[in-house]
Design a protein around this ligand. Structure first.
Ligand code: GLV
Length: 332
């Protein structure tokens, strides 16, 4: 069996190849990237060739049974033939579906948790806890040499909303509920999560009205693109804080900046952006109410993820169903 790995980072490609071969004794894995699609400082970048040392050197290097990747380039699908399924190296799959040459009938399978849920839960809980405990204000006080206690608001008034209750959103909601915050969750169709007030369908305004902190956990699809705009932000309580750990394309950046500048929003924590890396000089870099991290809220852990992908390949080879198959019509 042959497995193609396409990823803009040469080192990551090599790690995936090694992990897949270690877990599937019959598999030969090879990395493949078209020239010009590598991250900066690539180890190798030759079109139509295996671009890492683990290439098996088969008779036809451009056929494979399965592919694994991030942001596959169009040339990948024109060059690597015979695929039975494509595995996203992320929980999100917009980076794959954005590629117009992705074959309409090629099953696409996303990562499910694989160590990401705990990272997301910790990232979001950390943000909520530091907001609740006024840590930014205490840091400013330290800089000013001021000693002054700030009373926390009653916890029951500090509503935290999780927009999107998939695998990762549910883990975030559960974690925050465990800290005793009043957590509410919104999903397109009703979802029950213990300790979390559920909202769905046309209850989005009611959901938003109780979010002192709004955490975005929905996938980027045709329906969710630009959903966080001026109108949605106006439905949050005054001074609310936005946390985006999902996708930059969910948010209309000008509307977010306007809401921060007018004081309607108290702040934003942003891990994802419409353009990544965030371009130099972008207003978010220096905005006093914005905290930035470089798309690291949930890093793909290669060993754990490869174990999940290898298990699924093994099941597919035995004719068994697998979870995480993307419904192309919905986009996730
Ligand atoms: C990361 O952004 C992912 O989709 O897992």
């Amino acid at each position: 069996m042959r497995v193609a790995v396409t990823h803009p980072n040469a080192e990551t490609r090599a790690r995936w190849c090694a992990e897949i071969e270690a877990r599937l004794p019959d598999a030969r894995a090879f990395g493949w990237m078209p020239a010009g699609s590598e991250d900066a400082a690539p180890a190798a970048a030759h079109a139509s060739s295996a671009t890492n040392a683990r290439a098996p050197g088969p008779a036809n290097p451009l056929s494979a049974d399965y592919a694994i990747g991030w942001r596959p380039a169009g040339a990948f699908f024109r060059s690597v033939r015979g695929l039975k399924a494509f595995f996203s190296t992320g929980a999100g799959v917009d980076h794959v579906l954005d590629e117009p040459s992705y074959p309409a009938d090629l099953p696409l399978i996303r990562l499910e948790d694989a160590g990401m849920a705990q990272q997301m839960a910790e990232y979001c809980s950390y943000e909520v806890i530091r907001l609740y405990h006024h840590r930014a204000r205490y840091a400013a006080q330290q800089r000013a040499g001021t000693w002054h206690e700030i009373q926390p608001v009653p916890r029951e008034n500090f509503g935290v909303g999780v927009l999107g209750l998939g695998v990762l959103g549910t883990a975030v909601a559960r974690s925050l509920a465990g800290f005793g915050y009043p957590v509410r969750g919104y999903a397109r169709s009703p979802r029950e999560v213990a300790g979390v007030s559920g909202f769905s369908g046309d209850a989005l305004p009611a959901f938003l009205s109780g979010c002192q902190v709004l955490i975005l956990m929905v996938p980027l699809t045709a329906q969710t693109t630009d959903m966080v705009d001026r109108r949605l932000l106006a439905l949050l309580p005054a001074g609310a804080h936005l946390v985006n750990v999902a996708r930059g394309g969910l948010v209309v950046e000008e509307d977010l900046l306007a809401a921060l500048d007018s004081g309607r929003l108290g702040g934003a924590t942003l891990d994802v952006f419409r353009r990544e890396p965030l371009p130099a000089g972008h207003a978010f870099w220096t905005h006093p109410k914005v905290r930035i991290t470089p798309h690291v809220a949930a890093i793909t852990l290669v060993a754990e993820s490869a174990r999940q992908v290898a298990d699924k390949i093994d099941r597919l080879e035995r004719g068994l169903p697998v979870s995480g198959v993307v419904e192309r019509g919905r986009g996730y």
